[in-house]
Design a protein around this ligand. Structure first.
Ligand code: PXG
Length: 443
């Protein structure tokens, strides 16, 4: 018999303080997932639910990929844990090398972490330490971007640009912000907007204000995900790259969502034609099966730390996590990247992204949809605010969709889609039809 609460008692429900969740609403009407295979979840009532966000942007290859499950099971038996400080195990080195095969030339030194948030703070710390090693210790300020998301740790929320994620937490690290790239007139653009590259020039104003001698790094998502899928205007990232070069500022791409196929390419850097000095990755690295992230640095950044590291028994970067390079995560990563390559998933996303683009833009004109943005297998819909309640309609749409057997993401004033890489065209059609109906059903 189906049971919406999956047999959970009220006390069990109450005991868990859920992340980024409206706990009170959820616990009144739980949405419990009990299984997953391919592009579908099974919920506690035994329903099949289409996974319209690939988990939380992390399961592009679908659920229950046998090669990954088997690699994880084998690894747990063979070496469940190994200390990552001052000792190593083979798979961390193998995975580091494999990751570099997906990276732009020159980005080939991989520092493992446990999540996207840890990647953000790690990259910011490496940037500051880099300038200290370079003899320029005043370069400490970070430049992020309005609407940017870099996870939830103090460095990440400081450079992040989503107010709701910052407002409760007081002071962070020293940071300023570029304007976001959503501009009037670009609504309903398919793919990258043609106008808006000049917004990168705002970095020159921030340099004028703070002086490059005080700025360590600029950090941006090539395509901003959490804020509602914001593809960069054409040439915007190239312009940021040029300004950073001219002013001796490091450029960090947070590719926690972009890297490994979501953009129909190995990385966002590749898709948008600009190469950062450091890249943050997570999510798709293990297909979401085991938590893992990494920062990939330019070789000469790594080498500077080695040269200026003191005697060779001294560690060059006093930083790392208990679970950096966890053997089970490495096994999952090796298998996931192998499947990603061999299955042709990335090429498929590229090929099918036109169909997806047309499908999502067919909702132009639908009630309350004020903008639609897309790239690769990612799409975001801006939703006109209900009076005084900007987040209400996205929530209502997502709940209506869940009721109809589709999981989509809602947050702020947007609804987002991040399709599994092997989504069929008829699945896209059904998803988009259902989404249109859910908007039309709004009061
Ligand atoms: N950077 C970026 C660009 C992200 O998208 C993080 C860092 C943080 O990663 P961790 O692993 O610490 O959560 C993220 C995470 C959404 C959504 O619906 C996005 C994320 C997480 C959950 C939901 O857009 N991004």
């Amino acid at each position: 018999m189906s049971d919406k609460r999956a047999g959970l008692t009220q006390n069990q429900l109450d005991s868990y303080w859920m992340p980024y969740t409206a706990n009170r609403q959820f616990k009144k009407d739980p949405r419990i997932i009990t299984g997953a295979k391919g592009s579908y979840y099974t919920d506690a009532e035994g329903r099949q639910v289409f996974d319209g966000l690939s988990g939380l942007w992390c399961c592009g290859l679908g659920h229950g990929v046998p090669e990954i499950s088997e690699a994880v099971a084998k690894q747990v038996q063979e070496l469940d844990y190994a200390p990552g400080f001052q000792y190593g195990h083979t798979k961390s080195f193998q995975l580091a090398e494999k990751i570099t095969e997906f990276m732009p030339d020159g980005l080939n030194r991989v520092f493992f972490v446990g999540s996207g948030s840890e990647a953000a703070d790690t990259s910011l710390k490496i940037a500051r330490a880099y300038w200290r090693k370079m003899g320029q210790p005043s370069k400490t300020k970070m430049i992020g971007r309005i609407k940017g998301y870099h996870g939830v740790n103090f460095g990440g929320i400081s450079v992040g640009g989503i107010g709701a994620n910052r407002v409760l937490y007081g002071e962070g690290i020293s940071a300023d912000h570029l304007a976001h790239t959503v501009i009037k007139g670009n609504e309903f653009t398919k793919g990258q907007p043609e106008t808006g590259a000049e917004l990168a020039d705002e970095l020159l104003e921030l340099i004028g204000l703070h002086d490059a001698s005080n700025i360590a790094a600029v950090i941006v998502e090539p395509l901003a995900g959490s804020a509602g899928v914001l593809p960069p205007p054409i040439d915007y990232l190239k312009r940021l790259r040029k300004i950073c070069d001219e002013h001796n500022i490091l450029l960090i791409f947070d590719e926690v969502i972009c890297a490994f196929g979501r953009m129909g390419s190995d990385t966002g850097a590749d898709a948008f034609g600009a190469v950062p000095d450091m890249m943050n990755i997570a999510k798709q690295l293990t297909n979401g099966v085991i938590p893992m992230g990494a920062v990939i640095a330019r070789q000469d950044i790594y080498e500077l730390f080695m040269e200026k590291g003191g005697p060779d028994y001294m560690m060059e970067l006093p930083h790392g996590y208990t679970y950096s390079g966890h053997p089970v995560a490495c096994a999952a990563g090796l298998a996931a990247l192998d499947v990603l390559k061999k299955s042709g998933a990335i090429q498929r996303v590229k090929q099918m992204s036109g169909y997806f683009e047309d499908a999502v833009h067919s909702l132009k004109g639908t009630k309350y949809i004020s903008d639609i943005r897309n790239f690769g297998f990612a799409a975001g819909f801006s939703v006109e605010a209900a009076p005084g309640e900007p987040s209400r309609r996205p929530y209502e749409v997502a709940m209506d969709m869940w009721g109809k057997g589709f999981y989509v993401r809602y947050g702020g004033d947007t609804v987002q889609l991040g399709l599994p890489f092997f989504t069929e065209t008829d699945e896209m059609d059904r998803l988009i039809d259902a989404l249109g109906d859910s908007f039309n059903a709004l009061a």
